[in-house]
Design a protein around this ligand. Structure first.
Ligand code: SF4
Ligand code: SF4
Length: 127
């Protein structure tokens, strides 16, 4: 199991309406981050502020110039849905997450433990 290399695949895959935010996250954005709240409509993210329709890509995902890396422009206040990713080895295999190594597929339980350790500051452990 490697550290995240910021390949951006997860944000590209889920940032087009595949994410959710809690009521308290939305309340925080409404009061403290109106620039983020603009992209919420009827409790859903990320929506086009002009049309109210889901965006095709997360508005906060930014590719670094001359690199194949991406960063999140709202990293400190991103939704828990984003903070929790990746959760399981199956999910990582399905999404072709680049943290995975060949040996993680052979020993998925051990790989899950390693993943939980890497993610300990962001989320609870998953089985
Ligand atoms: S809010 Fe940040 S972490 Fe979440 S999908 Fe967008 S760029 Fe990725
Ligand atoms: S797909 Fe995996 S390696 Fe790529 S940015 Fe997401 S968590 Fe990091």
């Amino acid at each position: 199991m490697k550290e995240c290399n910021q390949c951006g695949k997860c944000c590209i895959k889920y940032g087009d309406g595949g994410l959710s935010a809690s009521a308290s996250e939305i309340e925080t954005w409404e009061s403290a981050h109106p620039e983020i709240y603009r992209y919420v409509r009827d409790g859903k993210i990320w929506m086009n502020p002009d049309t109210g329709q889901p965006l095709e890509r997360c508005p906060w995902l930014r590719k670094l110039p001359n690199q194949s890396k991406y960063i999140c422009d709202i990293y400190e206040v991103r939704p828990a849905d984003c903070k929790y990713y990746p959760t399981t080895i199956d999910e990582m295999i399905r999404d072709e997450c680049e943290m995975l190594e060949a040996r993680d597929r052979i020993k998925p339980k051990l790989a899950q433990k390693k993943l939980n350790k890497i993610m300990a500051a962001s989320r609870p452990a998953f089985e």
